[in-house]
Design a protein around this ligand. Structure first.
Ligand code: ADP
Length: 450
């Protein structure tokens, strides 16, 4: 709604690349589908950027689960032990305890880390009179790993604040089981390992049996879905009785091999250049919660430099990496929904910017554009999974603060997915705490399958 048509034209010109044309969207989908096939192939001619990890989880909850289960959720500085009691497929009681992993444990020898985890499990059970019971445990291990079975997870590399020696290349489940057995006073068996994405799908399917896709839209992004076993060419071990299995797409890294270069704008390239792992996690850098605000910031800085915003004066605050948070994007999008400016002016004041009515209009437009692109990118891949599974009706279980707090990501996604997979009915469902409860539920499924 800018009065000056020349200025309007200049702004549109500088953000054109963020507006994905129908042709570009089609190309993204084609590339995603061919990368999925390459990721499932036995001897792919070129490496895929999609890992398409086999989780070895052949089914979800069927309502017959019963008993007491533990989950362990390790990924941040806090880790959790959770206990679930399930009767006739429903959780009838649960308890959770948070523990801090001390820095010297996070950075010390791996054996010490797993001894520490085993000690926490012991204390948790002791305090709850669970002592003496043999309890199956599901382990959410949110680090890059390759699975060789439902209960085998080989650590590829440590990330976040962890760097324990002697664990890379080893099976985290075995290390945890060994630590538990070394104690001799804790009767727990680690029977499944998973990441938050698989946990979200399992947790979602517990609530709604139509769930067949798990999606994370938080700091980063990932998805998993149910694949036909006969399509997983690379699966070598014995599995002739398995019809389906959950595949973890690991789509955060989609495009790390260059196949998505055609969608990168100068803003995406700048976000990548300023990120911790340059050249990695290409797809999620286009819309993950860690990056969405930063993309908007890069656009605003450029428009300011071009004399199109804030009378060419960028504040020191605006020039700081990370200063424009994804929370701001959500707040400004709320203004777009409500037809007001209150959150936008609040954010711009916080960034110590001098602004007029036109600046507000432009900032609101950029937040919409970047959010809309986020929804389109996630929808392209989600629609592709829906068509691939081709079920009459599918629920997509979604976790993560970006999905939870952005005021209209969900409605944008509903609109785009419906248009992109017109024959497949679907619902988007918020499914929180897959990394916690989901692990206990997987332990219940694994016990049933034994
Ligand atoms: P994680 O993905 O690390 O497990 P979360 O799901 O809580 O954790 O996601 C954290 C991300 O959510 C952060 O990158 C942050 O930018 C983003 N976020 C936090 N609050 C909001 C908000 N109000 N709107 C949109 N994104 C948000």
């Amino acid at each position: 709604h800018l009065d000056d048509p020349v200025k309007r034209q200049k702004v549109l010109e500088l953000v054109r690349g963020l507006d994905l044309t129908a042709d570009t969207q089609k190309k993204i989908r084609d590339v995603f589908e061919s990368e999925m096939e390459l990721g499932l192939a036995k001897n792919p001619p070129v490496a895929s950027s999609l890992q398409m990890e086999n989780t070895f989880l052949p089914e979800l909850c069927d309502g017959s689960e019963e008993g007491d289960y533990l989950s362990l959720d390790l990924g941040g500085t806090n880790f959790r032990v959770i206990w679930l009691r399930i009767k006739s497929g429903a959780v009838v009681s649960e308890a959770v305890q948070y523990y801090q992993v001390p820095e010297d444990v996070r950075l010390g020898p791996g054996v010490k880390l797993f001894d520490f985890l085993a000690e926490c499990i012991h204390n948790f059970m002791d305090g709850r009179q669970l002592k003496g019971q043999n309890l199956p445990l599901g382990f959410t291990f949110s680090f890059p790993m390759t699975q060789q079975g439902l209960d085998v997870g080989i650590l590829v590399s440590w990330t976040k604040s962890f760097n324990c020696s002697g664990v890379v290349g080893e099976d985290a489940v075995k290390m945890l089981n060994d630590a538990i057995h070394r104690r001799g006073d804790t009767d727990v068996d680690v029977i499944a390992v998973l990441n938050d994405t698989t946990g979200t799908l399992v947790q979602g399917a517990f609530v709604d049996r139509k769930c067949a896709i798990g999606l994370i839209l938080g700091t980063g992004s990932n998805a998993c879905y149910i694949e036909r076993a006969d399509r997983i060419e690379k699966w070598e071990g014995e599995h002739k009785d398995v019809k389906e299995v959950v595949i973890d797409v690991e789509w955060g890294a989609f495009g790390d091999n260059g196949v998505l270069d055609f969608i990168k704008t100068e803003y995406d390239k700048e976000v990548d250049r300023n990120s911790l792992l340059v050249g990695s996690f290409t797809f999620e850098k286009h819309f993950g919660g860690k990056y969405l605000g930063e993309i908007v910031r890069c656009v605003l800085v450029r428009l300011t430099k071009e004399g199109l915003l804030f009378q060419s004066n960028a504040s020191e605050e605006l020039l700081q990496h990370g200063a424009f948070t994804t929370r701001f994007v959500s707040l400004i999008e709320e203004d777009n929904v409500n037809g007001v400016d209150v959150n936008t002016t609040g954010a711009l004041n916080e960034l110590k910017l001098a602004f007029n009515k036109e600046d507000i209009e432009i900032v609101k437009y950029i937040c919409w554009l970047v959010s809309d692109r986020a929804a389109i990118l996630v929808s392209i891949c989600t629609a592709s999974l829906l068509e691939r599974m081709d079920r009459p009706e599918t629920t997509v279980a979604i976790d993560g603060s970006l999905f939870k707090h952005h005021p209209r990501l969900k409605s944008f996604m509903e609109k785009y997915i419906a248009a992109m997979a017109p024959a497949n009915k679907f619902q988007l469902m918020l499914a929180e705490d897959g990394s916690g409860k989901g692990a206990g539920l997987i332990a219940a499924i694994a016990s049933r399958l034994k």
